[in-house]
Design a protein around this ligand. Structure first.
Ligand code: DLL
Length: 439
């Protein structure tokens, strides 16, 4: 087992100037690849009066128009392919709630890059080849299960490919097979911890888990605290999206202060979602990525809709790659309720501050007449559910006034017993906006 904290020290600690030289070299090649092999990009670049020769510096990237999710949906399934179809060796897709799914297609080269980035990511979080890695992300079209699988395989660790579902059996397997690393969505990690408590399994006594790699949905520091305390592990945030490869775009190091974006393979920018203006380091905005190594489905300046802040100052871990702060939400997540902007993360922040509450919650918005209704449904934790003395009315008033202090609105509060809000195996769904068509 290697003692180094780096999977690839040369790359991970490369001085930023050298890293940028590498990015420029790869960017030039990538724009050329798009121009020569993707009719979609040839048209887009021509419309912007650009040829690959116009990209002389990294700043020139800003001349290239953005690519958005609808460009992919409109060209479903493989309209943006830039290689002969025979070169595709694997296909994934993200579920998406409406319309065509987003397709991720990979050549052998793309698979090698993804596997390398996932191995590097797991290693950065502390996973090693003597670990037993329990993967409870869904296997299949979703990139979570297989992405972690490929990375763990390259690392040489032992893999438990549990996928989603059968929670009790997963706990038994983790216990019996001595899993040391857990990979799943943060909401599933919370659910696993709750189920363990209900089954009388004490993770600190009965399991040997040491770390967890959680992502695929927004989560908060308060959820991290809960997961770390209940499971007795070190929890790492991991980020990615199908369009870029899947997980493996960025991961936290042991500093837990932002996720290092693997800049030898991605250029990251933040922009003002409304104006498209490029923002400086430290300013919050929408993440835009230009993958530098993709061959099958290359993308230029892809708008993610995810909101974050980029920092390029030195990280004490020694890695020079920029850090993106925890994704605070999506630009299209924002609800406008009675004219007021409300982010689901604000509600989660309040809910997680009440020790009596479990981490499940629903935000239900409707418009039966002219006015929006706003209901927040929360769930008592197991202990509070059994407490007959608990004054639910007083608790509801406290929750309501806390939400009011954060959002300015007084939602109706419904408190239900532990287990009454259904758990999801994949990404958690918190928002139910039933106003569509009633606006
Ligand atoms: O969720 C890939 C992934 C799998 C990432 C496993 C991490 C772990 P998609 O299904 O295409 O891909 O969804 C991508 O999920 O644009 C974000 O909105 C959200 N997301 C992913 N990771 C995080 C994270 C996978 N760590 C979309 N924090 C992205 C917040 C995340 N949101």
């Amino acid at each position: 087992m290697s003692n180094s904290v780096y999977w690839n020290k040369t790359i991970e600690t490369m001085p930023r100037k050298k890293l940028q030289e590498l990015q420029l070299k790869k960017l030039k090649a990538q724009v050329k690849h798009c121009y020569n092999n993707s009719p979609f990009y040839k048209r887009k670049l021509k419309e912007a009066k650009l040829t690959p020769d116009n990209i002389k510096t990294l700043v020139d990237l800003q001349k290239i128009p953005f690519t958005v999710k609808n460009d992919l949906r409109d060209n479903y399934p493989l309209g943006l392919l830039a290689v002969p179809p025979a070169e595709i060796v694997e296909i994934h897709a993200s579920s998406g709630t409406t319309g065509n799914p987003i397709i991720g297609a990979y050549t052998k080269t793309d698979m090698d890059t993804w596997q390398e980035l996932m191995a590097r990511s797991i290693y950065t979080a502390g996973g090693r080849n003597d670990d037993v890695i329990h993967i409870a992300y869904g296997y299949g079209l979703f990139t979570g299960g297989l992405g972690f699988h490929y990375g763990a395989q390259k690392l040489g660790a032992a893999i438990i490919p549990a996928s989603g579902g059968m929670t009790q059996r997963q706990i038994k397997l983790m216990k019996d097979l001595k899993a040391t690393v857990l990979c799943c969505t943060p909401s599933f990690a919370v659910y696993l911890a709750e189920t363990m408590a209900a089954e009388g399994v004490d993770p600190k006594r009965d399991l040997v888990l040491k770390l967890g790699l959680f992502g695929a949905e927004p989560w908060s520091e308060r959820i991290r605290d809960r997961i770390q305390t209940t499971l007795g592990i070190n929890a790492f945030d991991v980020y990615g999206l199908t369009e870029l490869c899947g997980p493996g775009v960025s991961i936290e190091c042991s500093e837990h202060h932002g996720l290092h974006v693997w800049e030898d393979h991605f250029i990251v920018e933040t922009i003002n979602s409304e104006t498209g203006e490029v923002l400086s380091d430290g300013e919050e905005g929408e993440l835009v990525f230009t993958p530098l190594s993709k061959t099958a489905l290359p993308l230029l300046r892809y708008r993610t809709r995810d909101i974050s802040v980029i920092q390029t100052d030195n990280c004490p871990c020694g890695r020079t790659h920029a850090r993106m702060m925890r994704v605070s939400g999506r630009s299209d997540d924002m609800l406008i309720i009675r004219g007021v902007n409300v982010f689901p993360s604000q509600i989660e922040y309040v809910v997680m501050g009440f020790p009596e509450l479990a981490s499940q919650y629903h935000i239900i918005v409707d418009r039966p007449d002219a006015l929006d209704t706003f209901l927040v449904k929360v769930e008592l934790n197991e202990e509070a559910s059994k407490n007959k003395q608990l004054d639910l009315k007083a608790l509801a008033v406290k929750i309501q006034s806390k939400i009011c202090s954060v959002t300015g609105l007084h939602p109706e509060i419904e408190i239900v017993k532990y287990g009454e809000i259904p758990r999801t195996e994949g990404k958690a769904k918190h928002v139910f906006d039933n106003r569509k068509g009633k606006m």
